[in-house]
Write a protein that binds this ligand. Structure first.
Ligand code: PLP
Length: 652
């Protein structure tokens, strides 16, 4: 049920228990696999708190708990999204560094030119910071739609940086991209679907501006991982070989073949297997050579995104992992292209990547507080069972007292049977509500004992494998999965989730998280684990004192895919940068949505709402149903409620 090296986490201490080794920070590091998924950015301090080390080449760190408490004192409460700018910086430089090394290693003669795909995280501060950190590397932007192109035009001011224009295009999109050349920008219009050529040629002729063109190839080789659909012959993106040939002929006829400056492909996001990248690269390099053989001479090859993030730290081709390093990826890209070009005796092109997930995922952490816990198993003792009690209760009490490791499976079956029998008796009127409650209490005691014995067994019988998950505590979290980790709900993506403090203390409970929405899908009940996701996570017992949970690696895609289920809005967000005095600066504090903001999305405006409620209160006053003081207080609550955060305040 737990890994062979898993620490001993017995939550029920009996008198005979041997003295346990004191819990150490090392145990927490192993239990939550922090060093496996943390990429050097996350560790645990001596005080038992999560420690963020945003610069990989610099030992300075930020204590996450201290930061959360500090923000709380400023009135910025959980749930809270914390963005570490230095992590963005480290990732941007890390990726360029990998390509620089790969290029030097094999004496490749083109250069590396990254672009950041805006769709991965469009938040202005994030894009601005990426542009700033990427400027020395000439990091450009990729737009997948007209709105994203408008962002790129306004923000990107790095000389020589590329703007790659992907996605479906209309006339306005193409015109904007062409005219941007007059501003000294370098937009490359990528032909994503064959018929876009007509639109681009016509618009370019009318404006008298020759386009920088790219051609997106549809590869036959499949991606790997959750988004394999982005590739293959039936993908909705890119030109087939037939269409590429037709496009070249068409452009040659218009005397515009020299406009083709780039060849593009993208095999999907979060590619889990190195093999899928290699297959795609070998096919794409051949298409690149083919273009040259037909007289088009693109000097750029754009290998798209897909560079994965190891969310579960397992380094496997599991959906939430990847079995290759950033350096291995860069080596593959450079060497496959070099080989194909050398064989065909054509110049090495500059290499463009559109990695988004790999640049942004690490930099954001969501922190939420626990509002309460529903414990199925607890320390309470069932009342004494006497001969006067119903037989089911007496039988259950016997299971509780007599079960041994030899008959644990049989005892489990008996206990379940007895509980069902009690339910039937209750329905038929032979057992009252108090009686039923006592049976349930006794059943919980039996489960606790069975669980304790199961944990001693080397092999857990198949029908008991899920037993433990059914007994997990539910920790109620002050957050919405739909808003803050939508991929966990939508595609069962795993994120590292763990307490951010008390890590010098043994977690004695096992639980899952339920969010604030009234939706049974609003929960986190799948957790990272080598080999196989696990359905519960080790947690500390709930004392009523603040208990903070971190959801890590949420910097890519989660914010914009998040929705307003139950009208829980954007969380507070802060941007943190290390400063030179050994502390940190809060660059931006972005307040989360107020209730009135999310109500406005669904067309409820503040003033008319208040006016309506005021009228209802007036009429209640006239009928003497409410006192003046009560009416004032209700109206005040109502108005404050509209201004307030959509999440709960921890105050009692
Ligand atoms: C989404 C997308 C990307 C980003 O992919 P990541 O896996 O996040 O790096 C890059 N290019 C295109 C064309 C995309 O659609």
């Amino acid at each position: 049920m737990f890994g062979p090296s898993g620490p001993n986490l017995e939550c029920i201490q009996t008198d005979e228990d041997p003295p346990v080794k004191p819990w150490t920070i090392r145990d927490s590091l192993d239990l939550y696999h922090v060093l496996d998924w943390g990429s050097g950015f996350f560790a645990i301090s001596d005080a038992g708190d999560i420690e963020v080390r945003p610069k990989t080449d610099d030992a300075r760190s930020i204590d996450l708990l201290e930061l959360v408490e500090n923000l709380g004192r400023r009135g910025v409460h959980t749930p809270l999204l914390i963005r570490f700018n230095d992590i963005l910086d480290s990732r941007v430089r890390g990726l360029s560094q990998c390509f620089r090394e790969a290029i030097q290693e094999i004496d490749y003669r083109g250069t590396y030119r990254g672009v950041y795909p805006i769709k991965v995280n469009q938040q202005r501060h994030v894009v601005e910071e990426l542009i700033r950190f990427g400027a020395p590397e000439k990091l450009g932007l990729e737009a997948g739609s007209k709105p994203e192109l408008l962002i790129a035009l306004a923000l990107l001011d790095t000389p020589g940086a590329l703007i790659i224009c992907n996605g479906y295009k209309d006339r306005a999109y193409v015109e904007t991209a062409l005219l941007a050349q007059r501003l000294g920008r370098t937009p490359i219009i990528v032909v994503d679907r064959f018929h876009e050529i007509d639109l681009i040629l016509k618009t370019s002729r009318e404006l008298g501006i020759r386009p920088h063109l790219g051609i997106r190839a549809r590869l036959s080789s499949k991606g790997a991982g959750r988004w394999v659909e982005s590739t293959g012959d039936r993908s909705k993106f890119g030109l087939s070989s037939m269409e590429i040939v037709a496009a070249v002929d068409r452009l040659a006829a218009e005397d515009m073949l020299d406009c083709v400056e780039l060849m593009h492909f993208h095999i999907g996001s979060q590619i889990t297997a190195a093999r899928a990248h290699k297959d795609a690269l070998s096919e794409a390099s051949r298409i690149f050579v083919g273009l040259h053989e037909m007289g088009a001479e693109p000097s750029l090859i754009d290998v798209g995104g897909g560079l994965g993030v190891d969310y579960d730290g397992s380094r496997t081709n599991f959906p939430s992992s990847k079995n290759y390093s950033m350096q291995e990826y860069a080596n593959d890209v450079v060497s496959f292209i070099q080989e194909a070009c050398d064989a065909a005796k054509i110049a090495h092109p500059d290499i463009v990547t559109e990695s988004g997930r790999a640049l942004t995922a690490h930099h954001s952490v969501l922190v939420f507080d626990i509002l309460g816990v529903n414990e199925i198993l607890n320390d309470s003792q069932p009342g004494k069972v006497t001969d006067d009690d119903p037989k089911v209760l007496r039988d259950l009490a016997e299971v509780w007292s007599d079960t041994t490791i030899e008959d644990v499976q049989e005892s489990y079956h008996n206990a379940v049977l007895l509980k069902e029998e009690a339910a039937t008796m209750f329905s038929l009127g032979y057992l009252d509500l108090r009686g039923k409650a006592r049976v349930e209490h006794m059943f919980a005691k039996c489960c606790e004992k069975i669980l304790e014995l199961l944990r001693e067994l080397p092999d857990v019988p198949e029908d008991l494998a899920d037993f433990e998950a059914g007994l997990a505590d539910t920790y109620y979290g002050n957050f919405s999965v739909f808003q803050s980790a939508p991929d966990h709900w939508a595609v069962k993506q795993l994120f590292p989730v763990m307490p951010i403090h008390r890590l010098d203390e043994q977690p004695t409970r096992r639980g899952v998280f339920a969010d604030l929405t009234c939706d049974s899908d609003g929960k986190i009940d799948q957790f990272i684990n080598p080999r196989e996701a696990k359905s519960l996570i080790e947690l500390h017992s709930w004392t009523g004192a603040p208990y903070y949970i971190g959801v890590f690696l949420v910097g890519a895609y989660q914010e914009i895919l998040g929705d307003l289920h139950n009208l829980f809005g954007d969380t507070n967000a802060v941007h943190v940068t290390l400063d030179d005095e050994g502390g940190y600066t809060l660059d931006h504090i972005v307040r989360g949505d107020a209730v009135e903001d999310v109500l406005a999305y669904v067309q409820y405006d503040r003033r008319p709402l208040i006016e309506k409620v005021r009228q209802i209160i007036e009429s209640a006053l006239r009928n003497d149903n409410i006192s003046l003081e009560e009416s004032a207080r209700l109206l005040e609550r109502y108005e404050q409620g509209l201004k307030g955060y959509t999440y709960l305040s921890g105050q009692v």
